[in-house]
Structure formats: structure tokens, C-alpha cells
Design a binder for this molecule. Sequence first.
Ligand code: GLN
Length: 293
Amino acid sequence: MRARDLIRQATPALEAAGIDTARLDAELLVAHAIGIERSRLFLDDPELDAAQRERAEALLAARAEHRIPVAQLVGAWWFDGHELEVTADVLVPRPETELLVERTAELAPHGAGVIDVGTGSGAIAIALAARRPDLTITASDVSEAALAVARRNAAAVARAERTSSAPPATEEVRSAPWLAPIAFQHASLLGAWRGEVVISNPPYVEDDWRAQASPELAHEPELALYAGADGLDVIRALVAQCAAHAEVALVLLEHGHQQGAAIRDLLAEAGFPDPITEPDLAGHDRMTWARRG
Ligand code: GLN
């Protein structure tokens, strides 16, 4: 069977399972089973051998029947232009989280120390390091398993950046690092870190959302998703630590679409006046940031 025929056959099966990205998922899984980039599928339309066919069918079944996220099945996902390793120990990087990176890249003072709390795959820390090589970044997580993924991702992206970049034109650029240095910290919230900028995509889902959550969410780490009855337990504790550390001058937090007002109140009461909430591309409130001093 050729790749295109298998994709044509698999797409309706994934749709029937309730997956709304059926065609894309089928393409990614078939390409992974063959061992090629998705873009090669249509250029080459390769014939699958028996082993590839078997692998593809196993992946498609795991997707349809168990609703395992595609990123976990193929072991990788894209974030802010970087291909990152993804395992069941980390949240699959979401495109809306790029907003947090974009705003931090704009607002962080030159040379600031930045912590990414609950770094997971390292997506935020790594994307920020690539956008702002002047920063000093700490990627922190309570999960050792997640930190291992983040470390591998940072090393892989550092290698890729170095080889894919054109030779620098000037002495000044040549001496600049390609990526901001990233230190890894195994700790809860800020731990022993001291610096100026705190960013986080913390767990913020309400505990009782579990019952209605998409089946994919059940395959992602609970630790990265759920945070008490109102989903604000981790954010409350994090804002309290930010308030207690006098050097912290800028805080940026991702959150649920209904949590903006509560988080603006938390930040304002903690001494970060005039917080600003911003929507994601779907128009949902997704991120709130505030400064002090
Ligand atoms: N945005 C995620 C979701 O889809 C939640 C991520 C988080 O809790 N940090 O549910």
C-alpha cells in the first residue's frame, strides 16, 4: 500500500473516533511509521513495506482507540519553530503558550535572570533562550522526569541552532552565544532561584474538569494540569513567592480563559499593580502579566 492510500483510508476512522485533526494526525503517524518527514509523503508517496505498515496501523489504532496524543506517539512536537522531544512525563507544548514567550521576549530587561517555573519539556525556556540570548534562564520543575526531557531538548536545540545558522558577519555577533544559557533546577516553584523575571505555564485546570476533559488530557501528567478546586492553587503559591522576593520585577502567567480577573486581583494584592490580561489567537484570555518597581 502507498502512503497516500493509507492516509485516505485512516482519516475517516480517526474522524469516527471523534478526532477533529484526523487528516493531519493520519499524515503525521504514517510519516513517523515510515521514518520520513511529513512533507516527503506527498513528494514521494512511498510504498510501505510490511514492517512500516504494521507500525502505522499500531500507531493509528493507539490514536483512535486510546486517544494518545500524536505528540506522544511520534515523540516530538513543534513549539515556536523548535522541534522538541515529548514524552508522557511532560505536557504537549500548546501553540497558545507561544504568546507567553513572545511577551516575555519583549518585556524582559536586558541581561535579566528569568525563571520558567514548571518547565516540563523546556519549551518556554528554550524558545525564550533562542529569542533573547542576553538573558540568563533557569528552567525549574518538581518532576525529575520532566527535567530530563527539558535537558535533552535544550542540548538538541543548541546543537541545531549552531549548525543551521549562517556564519556570523561581524566580530560582535561571532562572540555572542546562540542561545541564552539555561540552568536546570529541581525544585517546587522558585526554589533557591533569585532573579528579576518569573514566567510560568503552571497547572491551572480545576480538579473536577477531569470528568469532562478530552480523552487526550488523561495521557498528560496530572501534575502539569490540575491545581485544586478553582485551578488557582499553584498560581496563588507562586504569586506569594514572587511578592516575597524583592528582586522580582516582572511576572507573566498563562492561565485558563475564565481566570484572568482572579489572577489580576492576586497580582495587584501582592504588590504588582495594573496587571494586564491578554487573549490567545482564539480570543480567549490566556495570559496575565504585571510589573513592579
Ligand atoms: N491549556 C491546557 C489545557 O488544554 C492546560 C495547561 C495547563 O494547565 N497549564 O487544558
